[in-house]
Design a protein. Structure first.
Length: 190
């Protein structure tokens, strides 16, 4: 296995661990503290955490560095607009994350976050026209049934779903839209 594949696997598991710990950290904030202030601090922490990896990535490839420098020197207004829009979507989703952890509870929110692949599949189908095979659709239906089962506490009754759990579904929806928009909008430029 190549070094980059191993690093990717390690980073993926690290991200999963962080995502699992975030609702617990969010609910552990001091009583009476503002959710908005906590979300702003959380966003700042994410930025500080991402900087070392970004700097390592920039310094690793000499040939790529020239391309990166050229890209930064030719930043268009469209690129800045896309960066601001996706940044706003991720900022809003961070605030929603904090509110959902408090109101829906850590467990319900984590269950809702698992819907991320479902939103990615939906956007692929609606905006790119990609269709799924029968096996993919079967596993998607199984995932939906499992999430519905967990969210309703095993009753499969819609009345068992809180409005805050439904609110938490907006988080992976925003993630999907932000990633899709930034990827597709920026790739058109190349």
């Amino acid at each position: 296995m190549a070094r980059s594949s191993r690093a990717g696997i390690v980073f993926a598991f690290l991200c999963l661990g962080i995502l699992g710990a975030m609702p617990i950290l969010s609910n552990a904030r001091p009583v009476g503290s503002s959710g908005l202030v906590f979300a702003i601090l959380l966003t700042g922490w994410q930025l500080v955490s991402a900087l070392p990896l970004s700097l390592i990535e920039l310094s690793e490839g000499r040939g790529r560095r020239v391309a990166v420098d050229r890209a930064f020197n030719t930043v268009s207004g469209r690129t800045v607009t896309i960066a601001l829009a996706t940044g706003a979507m991720f900022g809003l989703s961070t605030y929603m994350y904090v509110v959902a952890a408090e109101k829906a509870g850590a467990v319900s929110m984590v269950i809702a976050l698992q819907a991320y692949p479902l939103f990615a599949i939906l956007l692929e189908a609606l905006l790119l026209g990609k269709r799924k095979s029968a096996a993919e659709m079967g596993f998607t239906a199984l995932m939906i049934a499992a999430l519905f089962y967990l969210t309703t506490g095993g009753t499969f009754r819609i009345s068992g779903i809180s409005w805050w759990s439904a609110f938490a579904l907006g988080i992976p929806l925003l993630w999907s839209v932000a990633i899709f928009c930034s990827d597709k909008c920026l790739s058109r430029r190349r």
